[in-house]
Design a protein around this ligand. Structure first.
Ligand SMILES: Cc1cc2nc3c(=O)[nH]c(=O)nc-3n(C[C@H](O)[C@H](O)[C@H](O)COP(=O)(O)O)c2cc1C
Ligand code: SF4
Length: 368
């Protein structure tokens, strides 16, 4: 077992080069992020639907800004580094989430599911590192060029390959391309990062063991971001049914949903037995929009447009499906379980401490 080197971003030294990926809706909240930060990694809260989730937990009505502020404060309460994942696709709440996280002193803002072209222009980030998520060197270049106009460079970049959970930054027919394997995407992204000042590169998607981490560090990555392994920890806020579905899932149960798929227009990886997905295949749930997190603006500049609002032909109602998976309104809406490709390898729900011991190589992984 090799010792893992620390990760340095914007002058901040993180003991371990392991970022726990943001997992919305309501999977990576402050309990998970705090536990990871305490173990020397980076804990990341997902900003998705936080106003509802934190209002329900605290019993008082919070705005998006207040909920983001509160979650970052809680995530940092036991020490270590914590940040917020803010998806570009959540257009309506994007800027309020960024401001709340910045004002609460987040160590990192990590932003993908679209290109975060305006992130550094929203508010002076001060000590907070701004980190875009990309799936190609071209996307990184576009971001660097746009950010240069406001005199900012990404403090690091997350390169997410096609094996990840959640939304994928690839066209449906390109997911399996050899050229899109994470190993093959890394060299051009490293080159682009060097062109723009040597930005730190974090890789994500399908990384599962200590050996995987060591392999990617040897290939030139500075750190890794991992989602699925943290989903099935005791500290994650996924419902127990969700965690059990992960433990039960076989390789062939994990598919990329597309028609019906996410109204955000990106391929979305799910467990095919997820109740909302099964209903969506039969077009059983009538369209109904009562959450509105992924609404886009109409011609008058009002947030009214979502493909899942008018028709259930091609899209499921992702807001309600994912909220239900985190135990919100689960008596009214069916859950939708998103996972990474490797979720079938998980056979137990374990505490973050045990997982981090295994990932760092402090303890050998149990053989099954
Ligand atoms: C349950 C789940 C929810 C996720 N939600 C988000 C999200 O809200 N925003 C985001 O940028 N990435 C999201 N992701 C992607 C992760 O942050 C991470 O980059 C990815 O899962 C890494 O691949 P892995 O799961 O194979 O480790 C999600 C992943 C999972 C498994
Ligand atoms: S239709 Fe559903 S997925 Fe679309 S914005 Fe409304 S609540 Fe969200």
């Amino acid at each position: 077992m090799e010792l893992l080197p620390p990760l340095v971003i914007k002058g901040k030294k993180i003991s371990l080069p392991i970022i726990q990926g943001g997992m919305g809706v309501g999977v990576s909240l402050s309990p998970l992020a705090r536990a990871v930060a305490r173990e020397g990694g980076v804990g990341v809260v997902s900003s998705a639907c936080l106003d509802r989730l934190v209002s329900k937990r605290s019993g008082r009505k919070l705005t998006t800004y207040e909920a983001a502020y509160e979650e970052i404060s809680l995530a940092k309460a036991s020490g270590g580094a914590a940040g917020m994942n803010i998806m570009v696709a959540l257009v309506r709440d994007y800027e309020d989430s960024v401001r709340g996280a910045l004002d609460a002193g987040a160590d990192f803002i990590i932003s993908g599911a679209g290109l975060p072209l305006n992130l550094p222009a929203i508010q002076q980030p001060k000590e907070t590192a701004l980190i875009p998520i990309v799936s190609s060197s071209r996307a990184l270049e576009l971001i660097c060029k746009k950010w240069e106009r406001v005199g900012y460079r990404p403090d690091a970049v997350v390169l997410e390959g096609p094996l990840a959970g959640g939304h994928l930054g690839f066209k449906i027919d390109q997911i399996e391309n050899e050229s899109n394997r994470l190993e093959n995407l890394l060299p051009p992204v490293k080159d682009m990062a060097l062109k723009y000042g040597g930005t730190t590169v974090i890789v994500a998607g399908g990384i599962y063991t200590h050996a995987d981490i060591v392999r990617f560090l040897e290939m030139g990555a500075d750190g890794v971001q991992m989602g699925t392994r943290f989903l099935a920890t005791e500290e994650s806020s996924a419902s127990i049914e969700y965690k059990q579905a992960v433990v039960k899932a076989g390789k062939e149960d994990i598919i990329v949903a597309h028609k019906p798929g996410s109204p955000c227009g990106l391929p979305f990886r799910v467990i095919k037995q997820s109740p909302m997905y099964v209903s969506a295949l039969d077009r059983r749930r009538p369209p109904k929009c009562d959450k509105g997190y992924v609404l886009l603006k109409d011609e008058e500049g009002k947030f009214t447009r979502c493909p899942a609002k008018e028709s259930n032909e091609n899209c499921f109602c992702i807001c309600n499906g994912l909220l239900s998976s985190a135990g919100y309104n689960s008596d009214k809406e069916e859950p939708l379980y998103t996972v990474g490709t490797n979720a079938y390898r998980i056979d137990k729900i374990i505490p973050v401490k045990n997982l981090m011991d295994e990932l760092t190589g402090r303890v050998l992984a149990p053989t099954t």
